[in-house]
Design a protein around this ligand. Structure first.
Ligand SMILES: Nc1nc2c(c(=O)[nH]1)N[C@H]1C(S)=C(S)[C@@H](COP(=O)(O)OP(=O)(O)OC[C@H]3O[C@@H](n4cnc5c(N)ncnc54)[C@H](O)[C@@H]3O)O[C@H]1N2
Ligand code: MOO
Length: 338
């Protein structure tokens, strides 16, 4: 049985008093795109001109038989099967249900599931990318099916795929948001030109803004000449003062005065990676100090470029994720920003 045989087609002029089988969309370029009539709306005499304006000479009156699922019910079930922590689902509109964040946090989306789901014929499960920073109200995913009604098997296959995913991953979320922790960061700003006051420091304000945007803060900023032992001393000071995160700025590339990577190593850090296959931000270093405090070596580009490898890794650190070398290796693909 084809879906079109499940629906009764009625001329709009004959539809007064009947209930609409699905949302009807109106598009006026530059002005409006949205729902003009809601599913279930009882058609009145005065609706007929607008129905004709949006190109409807006939409408569907729907009677969904056993074994078939209306697009709205399908979308609701798909959203329910995938929504995890800090996600709210919208009412269906034009057959679509969105999964929106209720908080500021890190988007967690399982890419493997998304591909498996969209391999089911008629399923549309569209998401943003994993590990993006999301604001409250931001949609992470939207679910719908293509025809107005689908076979029950389509929806139940989607639900089973979601269940199997949970089983396979020990309950990992399909679409969820991880809240950020409130971290206190200590900054060590290197560079003789800043230390001696030849130029004004630009790293402090940039890092304060980036941390504040994620709900964290700078506890203190200390300045150091390009001297390994001095940098190590500042790192140790922050370790003793118990900050959650240490950011060492400048001196990350190839000049003889670039001491930062050596100093971070000398402070005892386990270096996850010096070098990040993203541009800009390729000279970034990331590691963990004994005791587990994450430490970044930040290249000069962070004060100039709005989006670098630091903007990819900082949110993950704020969300409490442990960064492995494989996470950094994967940044190369799609990592050429500029
Ligand atoms: N021959 C090569 N040159 C460069 C390489 C390379 O691999 N080979 N890498 C490039 C990349 S990528 C970057 S990023 C930059 C900068 O690296 P550094 O982290 O070593 O930056 P610095 O040399 O310390 O400073 C560069 C520039 O930025 C100014 N600066 C630094 N800190 C501050 C501050 N706190 N406030 C204001 N301005 C600051 C500094 O005065 C310099 O003008 O290297 C590329 N070059
Ligand atoms: O480390 Mo640099 O940030 O690639 O410009």
């Amino acid at each position: 049985m084809k879906p079109e045989h499940l629906m009764k087609e009625v001329r709009v002029q004959d539809a007064v008093g009947l209930r609409l089988g699905h949302d009807l969309t109106r598009i006026v370029p530059g002005e409006f795109k949205g729902r003009a009539f809601r599913k279930g709306h009882t058609i009145a005499e005065e609706d007929i001109p607008l129905l004709l304006d949006i190109g409807k000479e006939h409408i569907y009156i729907l009677d969904v038989p056993e074994g078939w699922v209306h697009e709205e019910d399908a979308a609701i079930r798909m959203a329910r099967a995938t929504a995890g922590d800090y996600i709210e689902t919208t009412e269906p509109s034009e057959g679509k249900v969105s999964l929106k964040s209720t908080i500021l946090g890190l988007a967690k989306i399982d890419e493997t599931f998304v591909h498996l789901a969209n391999d089911i014929e008629h399923v549309v499960f569209s998401t943003i990318v994993n590990d993006a920073v999301v604001q409250p109200g931001k949609a992470l995913a939207a679910a719908r099916v293509v025809p107005l009604v689908v076979e029950e098997a389509t929806v139940s296959r989607f639900e089973t795929t979601a269940q199997q995913h949970r089983y396979r991953t020990n309950g990992a979320p399909i679409v969820a948001v991880k809240p950020f922790r409130r971290l206190k960061a200590g900054i060590v700003t290197t560079g003789g030109e800043v230390f001696t006051g030849r130029i004004d420091d630009k790293f402090g304000p940039v890092l304060r803004d980036k941390l504040a945007a994620l709900g964290s803060e700078v506890a203190e900023q200390r300045f150091s000449p390009d001297d390994t032992d001095s940098i190590v001393e500042h790192i140790r000071y922050y370790q003793a003062s118990g900050v959650d995160l240490i950011l060492v700025t400048g001196g990350m590339s190839v000049d003889p005065d670039d001491r930062t990577p050596g100093a971070i190593k000398k402070a005892g850090a386990d270096i996850v990676s010096y070098g990040t296959p993203m541009l800009p931000g390729s000279m970034m270093l990331f590691g963990y100090l004994p005791g587990g405090t994450p430490i970044f070596g930040l290249p000069g580009a962070v004060i100039y470029e709005p989006f670098t490898s630091f903007d990819v890794l900082l949110p993950r650190v704020c969300a409490g994720e442990r960064i492995e070398r494989s996470d950094i290796v994967r940044l190369g693909y799609g990592g050429l920003i500029k």
